[in-house]
Design a protein around this ligand. Sequence first.
Ligand code: NAD
Length: 269
Amino acid sequence: MDATTLINSFRVDGKVAVITGAGSGIGRASALALAGAGATVVCADIHHDTATETAEEIVAAGGTAEGVRLDVSNRGDVDALAARVATERGGIHIWANIAGIMVEGPFLDAPEADLDRILAVNLKGVFFGCQAAGRIMVTQPEGGSIINASSAAADAPSPNIVSYAICKAGVVQMTKSLAIEIGKKGVRVNAVAPGFVLTGMTGRYFIRPDGTVDEEMQEAVIGPMRKHTPLRSIGEPEDIAAAVLYLASDAARFMTGQVVRPNGGVAMV
Ligand SMILES: NC(=O)c1ccc[n+]([C@@H]2O[C@H](COP(=O)([O-])OP(=O)(O)OC[C@H]3O[C@@H](n4cnc5c(N)ncnc54)[C@H](O)[C@@H]3O)[C@@H](O)[C@H]2O)c1
């Protein structure tokens, strides 16, 4: 392969991508990156307005996208979206399960309802997405690429996020097991396990309800994160989107069942 062919293999022209959680943070940055690299992107989020905003930004930049409301914990809706996109757009080549929520609190007091809520989105939501996308991709001669959002929390245990951590560890094992099952059909399944990235999820500590930032609180949260990260920095959504784009593209054609860790070095596995 010559250098030009190799560089071009990072592009995803003509591919159809579905990104869950595309209304915010890492999902949004991934949608923009894939669209910028040539994909048609279906931006799915439980919030229709933010999904649409991401899609509109892609279209304004000359790309092709649509914004849709999707609750990833609703299996019927996930299946219906996959079937509709495959029919209308001629297949699904990339499916990124990025949607996720955080539930925090001491383990000994954790209510069952909180556990059910996080399992429904962070674990079953990924399961349903993998299943819906996988069923379509195994029938395509060109196969496909599934990318799942895990977390450094699956590698490095932290207090008060047990239910989140078990979901993200489950996503790793789901990724590997599924990769084994459908690799022979040309479908690759990989995960990204980000470290601390500034998004709506992590901003909850210092973004006030009116959207303004409590700068003192922000530094109190981010300062120690930076200090304990070998690269002395926290991540931006684009740092993770770069990994998603790589895994989605043919540049990663020999990668499956892997966990890519853009985490500043907080966990080395
Ligand atoms: N930000 C971090 O530091 C970090 C670190 C490791 C892993 N992650 C993971 O990355 C993913 C993206 O997180 P983020 O930081 O961009 O968070 P975010 O809160 O900015 O974005 C998450 C998006 O998911 C959507 N969503 C939530 N529940 C949904 C549902 N049931 N159906 C569809 N969409 C739903 C939200 O509306 C939101 O737009 C998550 O899976 C998260 O666990 C984040």
